[in-house]
Design a protein. Structure first.
Length: 287
């Protein structure tokens, strides 16, 4: 059976989907114990669901299908060269103006009169999700901030990178051009969040994470980048709530200055291209 799964892409996909379904159902069942226990309970409930939906399935999948070193196969390898990690972190900050501009373009998209009801429905979903997220982020205690860093930043960073880069991107890279594989995995990563008005910036984030995973040869690079991206928002909201700073955390890094935006584009592209050309360990094809 193990040899069959190694040979057949279809069997591997089927196995992963079965593991994902079972694990997600377990996570939903366990999260109910906290769902109605106030705001903290809701946050813990979300964390449990995320762990069983994104962290557990890829680990179980690789343990079942890989002999020897499954964690290495999933992408948890040494970063080579190590400076790639710092390049990835810098990329998260220099690309902020680009990300915010994509957000503005995405939010301004119109479907036209024929699809007005669909547009209104999706905007209502966006507003509901946004309100729920802001409620979670609005904390003024160190404990609340640390809990948010765990639930909103660390668990999604680990889980989503294991699933979308560790499983999906590596599987696609074995079958197609790496650029196409990175784009497709980033598109699925963005789509699976089911937030149309955040699709473009999340697609862009997925591309950055995908390329840096590929050129560094290690999932740790994209995990740290993902954590920095989410964690920065958590910390900014906390500092705002404490009155330590007075900035709009939601639009941090946004600019109307065309020269700053152009600089952000140039630096972002330059960092990715430079990392690609200077990488000594592009992501191996694990079979």
């Amino acid at each position: 059976m193990l040899e069959l799964m190694k040979q057949s892409t279809g069997m591997r996909i089927f196995l992963f989907l079965v593991i994902l379904l079972i694990s997600s159902l377990i996570g939903i069942a366990l999260s109910f114990a906290f769902m109605f226990s106030g705001d903290t309970g809701m946050i813990i409930s979300q964390g449990i669901s995320s762990v069983f939906m994104f962290v557990v399935p890829p680990i179980v999948y690789y343990c079942l299908t890989r002999e020897g070193r499954p964690m290495r196969a999933i992408g948890l390898r040494r970063i080579s060269p190590f400076w790639m990690l710092f390049g990835g972190i810098a990329l998260m900050f220099v690309s902020l103006p680009v990300t915010n501009q994509l957000t503005l373009w995405n939010e301004g998209m119109k479907f036209g009169p024929a699809f007005q009801r669909l547009e209104d429905y999706m905007k209502a979903l966006e507003e509901t999700a946004k309100a729920a997220t802001e409620k979670m982020l609005d904390v003024d205690t160190v404990g609340g901030m640390l809990l948010n860093l765990l639930i909103i930043a660390l668990i999604p960073a680990v889980g989503e990178e294991l699933t979308f880069r560790g499983v999906l991107q590596q599987s696609l890279t074995r079958r197609m051009n790496p650029h196409v594989a990175i784009f497709l995995s980033a598109a699925i990563f963005s789509f699976i969040h089911f937030q149309f008005y955040g699709f473009l910036p999340r697609l862009f984030l997925g591309l950055l994470l995908g390329y840096m995973f590929y050129v560094s040869g290690s999932l740790w690079t994209s995990i740290v980048m993902h954590f920095v991206n989410n964690g920065s928002v958590v910390v900014l909201y906390y500092l705002n709530a404490r009155g330590i700073i007075d900035i709009d955390a939601e639009h941090f890094g946004e600019t109307q200055n065309v020269w700053l935006l152009a600089t952000s584009v140039v630096l972002t592209v330059a960092l990715v291209v430079w990392s690609w050309r200077n990488s000594s360990a592009k992501m191996p094809s694990i079979r």
